[in-house]
Write a protein that binds this ligand. Structure first.
Ligand code: ZN
Length: 135
């Protein structure tokens, strides 16, 4: 079937444009961040978990532009390799945020109270984190 511009303009044919998923390239910089992230982040996460009495299942290093970290109901935590570009207090803040999700899978009052308890001043840390962009 040949589709003409007239078909499209008249609505006889509907054009669905699907935005391509952004492909993240494994540049040398990203490869370097991944290597450093794998060497440091899982150990630091488990250290923070032990310190505050959280039980973590698996820890994975991810590369995406949608979040610094994520947590599943199975107790698995994903950490973005971009964390290696942050100062250590912001790295810890993100990891403690995800650890608190092991107890509360939302951002409600109880979640924030727990996070403030394990990470005092977390709102200021969150404000500082917004100044960084995910690569
Ligand atoms: Zn969260």
């Amino acid at each position: 079937m040949r589709i003409t511009l007239g078909d499209i303009l008249s609505g006889r044919v509907r054009v669905i444009y699907r935005r391509p998923r952004r492909v993240l390239k494994e540049t040398p910089e990203v490869a370097e961040l991944r290597k450093a992230a794998k060497a440091y982040l899982p150990g630091r996460l488990r250290e923070l978990a032990a310190l505050h009495g959280f039980t973590v299942n698996q820890v994975r290093i991810k590369h995406n532009v949608s979040n610094w970290g994520s947590c599943s109901v199975k107790g698995n935590i994903n950490l973005n390799l971009n964390l290696m570009r942050l100062p250590s207090d912001l790295q810890d803040y993100v990891m403690l945020h995800e650890l608190c999700h092991l107890r509360y899978m939302n951002h409600g009052a109880e979640f924030h109270a727990l996070l403030e308890n394990v990470c005092p001043g977390h709102r200021e840390l969150r404000r500082r984190l917004r100044e960084y962009k995910l690569l």
